[in-house]
Write a protein that binds this ligand. Structure first.
Ligand SMILES: C[S@@+](CC[C@H](N)C(=O)[O-])C[C@H]1O[C@@H](n2cnc3c(N)ncnc32)[C@H](O)[C@@H]1O
Length: 256
C-alpha cells in the first residue's frame, strides 16, 4: 500500500514510522510512504502557501492554489492508480477502527497535512477531499495525525503483523476494548496474576477475558456497551476481581 503525504514539513517523515511493525513493513516493501513538499507548488519567488483570512481573525490560512496543484499532481501521478485525497482536519470524521479497516482496503491514500489556522474551504469543496480527525482536540499540524492514520492502517495490512491474531484480538476489532494482559512475575508488589490465567483452562480463560474486557468498557468506555449489540452479547461469568483494582491511584481512578 502506498501513502503519499503533502506537507510543509516532509523532513518529519517517516519519523516513528521507521521503527517496529510499520518500520519492518516499510523495509519489506509492504508499505510505501512518499512525501511531497507543498512549498514546491507555492506562489511567486517566495513560494507563498498561506495568506490572511478573509473576514479577519487570527493566524494564516493555507491558500487553495498550491494545494489544488499539489493534490492534482500527486493524486494523478502517471502509472499509479489515482489516490483519493484525505485532509487531516480537527473537525473531520473521527478516525476509528471501522474507518481504519475500510482505508486498509485501498491501494493508495493521499494525505494532506494542514498547518496554521487551517485550509481554505475551497480545497474541500473543489477537490472532494474527505476530512478525518484523530480526536476532538487540536494539534499544530496534520503531520502527527497523518502518522497515526498511517500506523493504524498499515497494521491492518496482511503480512504486517508477525502474528495475524494480534489484529483480531486487539481493542475495537470486536467492538470492545481488549482484555487485560499479564506476564511474569506471577505476583508483583502484592498484585497477583488472576488464577484463571494460570489454570490452562482455555474456555475459562476466554470467558474471563470477555468479562474483563466488558468491565473495562464499563469503567472507561461505557459508550461501547450500547448500540450494535455485539458488546451486549458478552455474557457475565463472575469475573475474578482484577488485582489492585481498589488500590488508591490504580487505573484511571487517580485522573482528574
Ligand atoms: C492548528 S490546526 C488548525 C485548527 C483549526 N483552526 C480548527 O480550529 O479546527 C492546523 C492543522 O493541524 C491539523 N490538525 C489539528 N488537529 C487535528 C486533529 N485532531 N486531527 C487531524 N488533524 C488535525 C489539521 O491539518 C489542521 O489544518
Amino acid at each position: 500500500m502506498r501513502f503519499d503525504v503533502i506537507t510543509l514539513f516532509p523532513q518529519v517523515f517517516p519519523g516513528p514510522l521507521s521503527i517496529g511493525v510499520v518500520g519492518r513493513a516499510l523495509e519489506a516493501g509492504l508499505v510505501q510512504i512518499e512525501t511531497h513538499d507543498l512549498r514546491q507548488w507555492g506562489l511567486g519567488v517566495h513560494r507563498q502557501v498561506d495568506d490572511i483570512p478573509f473576514g479577519g481573525g487570527p493566524g494564516m490560512v493555507l491558500r487553495p492554489e498550491p494545494l489544488f496543484a499539489a493534490v492534482r499532481a500527486v493524486a494523478g501521478i502517471p502509472g499509479l492508480e489515482p489516490a483519493h485525497p484525505i485532509l487531516l482536519s480537527a473537525h473531520g470524521r473521527r478516525l476509528d477502527h471501522g474507518l481504519v479497516e475500510r482505508l486498509s482496503g485501498e491501494s493508495r491514500i493521499l494525505l494532506i497535512c494542514g498547518r496554521y489556522e487551517g485550509v481554505d474551504e475551497r480545497v474541500r469543496l473543489g477537490l472532494g477531499v474527505d476530512e478525518i480527525t484523530v480526536g476532538d482536540f487540536v494539534v499544530s499540524g496534520g503531520e502527527l495525525p497523518a502518522m497515526l492514520l498511517i500506523e493504524a492502517v498499515a497494521r491492518q495490512l496482511p503480512g504486517t503483523l508477525g502474528d495475524p491474531e494480534s489484529a483480531v484480538d486487539e481493542s475495537f476489532a470486536q467492538g470492545m476494548p481488549e482484555y487485560p494482559h499479564y506476564t511474569r512475575p506471577a505476583v508483583f508488589e502484592d498484585l497477583p496474576v488472576p488464577e484463571v490465567l494460570r489454570s490452562g483452562d482455555h474456555a475459562k480463560i476466554a470467558a474471563w477475558r470477555s468479562e474483563a474486557a466488558r468491565e473495562r468498557a464499563r469503567r472507561l468506555r461505557p459508550d461501547l456497551l450500547g448500540g450494535d449489540g455485539r458488546a451486549a452479547a458478552v455474557q457475565s461469568v463472575g469475573l475474578e476481581p482484577e488485582p489492585g483494582a481498589a488500590r488508591a491511584g490504580a487505573g484511571t481512578g487517580g485522573m482528574p
